[in-house]
Design a protein around this ligand. Structure first.
Ligand code: AMP
Length: 320
């Protein structure tokens, strides 16, 4: 039996500078990247082993912050050149956005190298980088108790066969509602999710933006997690990656069943943790809202969500 205290979470993904425009405000050169959001969120729960690349222009301040949060940076490559840059603009609904610019910088020649000290990571998160690179990571780790995959429209459109191979190799797939439709060509996310499960996944999570998330299991599990009702969304960038951080972070704190799998109730709680961490992320630009977040804050929203979504299970019709 694994010692629960030694569980660590490996993440591979982008560490970036983002420029974000919303209908209300904008920010330049903010810390972004899927792995940045994920590592900051998941390190609330357990140690995170980061695999990524940054350029020589990347500020030390962020590295010091991650070190202070038990994010292991042994797998972070620092190369001469520019850090990955992404510019996005949100529409009025703050759920949909356009990519205006992507500059790969040092990321163009990136190949993930998993340091020896990361190889016993118990949980693995493949954030939204090229599927070929995600596969390179899977080939370097073995024996993880859980592998979780994220992706994005770009790879569905440009690297579909490679993405398909990665989906067949992982336990859990996280996709937004639109991505499920794009990948499966099904109007119904329920049918689309079933099609994805048929590829060999144990679970699929469909993210619904500000409407919560759905959990589908190959064992027939279905669960609808409510979203936290935010009054103000400052910037939803990274909410999906922070969702993954809450999901894997929570799962890194629970024991496995006798049969070596997770209890369905734990997977449901993990989706709720994902929603909560995602909701906090939207409250500020970049990782601003995650920096000082505590598990006590998470517990408060957890209780509120239970209250908001619980309804009387004992209703019966008195009419025939
Ligand atoms: P999310 O809002 O959860 O989908 O994640 C947004 C993050 O993904 C931003 O911080 C970007 O820096 C990063 N990102 C955008 N495009 C790419 C890409 N092509 N490859 C890797 N990361 C990207």
């Amino acid at each position: 039996m694994e010692d629960e205290k030694t569980l660590s979470i490996l993440v591979v993904g982008s560490v970036a500078f983002d420029a974000i425009e919303t209908p209300f405000t904008r920010v330049e050169q903010a810390l972004g990247g899927a792995a940045s959001y994920f590592a900051t969120a998941a390190s609330l729960y357990n140690q995170v082993n980061l695999v990524a690349i940054v350029g020589s222009d990347f500020p030390h301040e962020y590295l010091d912050f991650w070190r202070s949060r038990s994010v292991n940076l042994a797998g972070l490559q620092v190369e001469e050149g520019k850090t990955f840059f992404w510019r996005g603009r949100y529409h009025m609904d703050m759920n949909t956005r356009d990519t205006l610019d992507t500059q790969l910088g040092v990321y163009a020649d990136f190949h993930p190298v998993i340091p020896d000290q990361y190889r016993d990571s118990s949980l693995v998160f493949l954030a939204n980088i090229q599927p070929e690179l995600q596969m390179e990571v899977l080939e370097q780790v073995s024996g993880a108790r859980l592998t979780v995959l994220d992706t994005m429209e770009l790879w569905i459109m440009t690297a579909r066969p490679q993405l398909t191979e990665v989906i067949k190799r992982v336990d859990v797939l996280l996709m937004s509602e639109e991505e499920v439709r794009q990948y499966t060509n099904q109007a119904s996310v329920v049918i689309g999710a079933r099609q994805l499960l048929d590829m060999g996944l144990k679970y699929g999570v469909v993210k619904l933006g500000s409407y919560g998330a759905l959990l589908f299991g190959a064992d027939g599990t279905y669960f609808s997690a409510p979203s936290y009702p935010l009054e103000e969304v400052i910037d939803p960038t990274g909410a999906g990656d922070a969702f993954a951080g809450g999901f894997l972070g929570y799962l890194s704190t629970v024991a496995l069943n006798e049969d070596g799998g997770y209890a369905v109730d734990d997977l449901k709680r993990a989706v709720v943790h994902g929603n909560i961490i995602g909701s906090f992320t939207c409250g500020d630009f970049s990782i601003g809202a995650l920096r000082n977040l505590t598990l006590t804050d998470v517990a408060t929203r957890y209780k509120e969500l239970v209250r908001y979504s619980h309804f009387d299970p004992n209703w019966v019709s008195t009419r025939r």
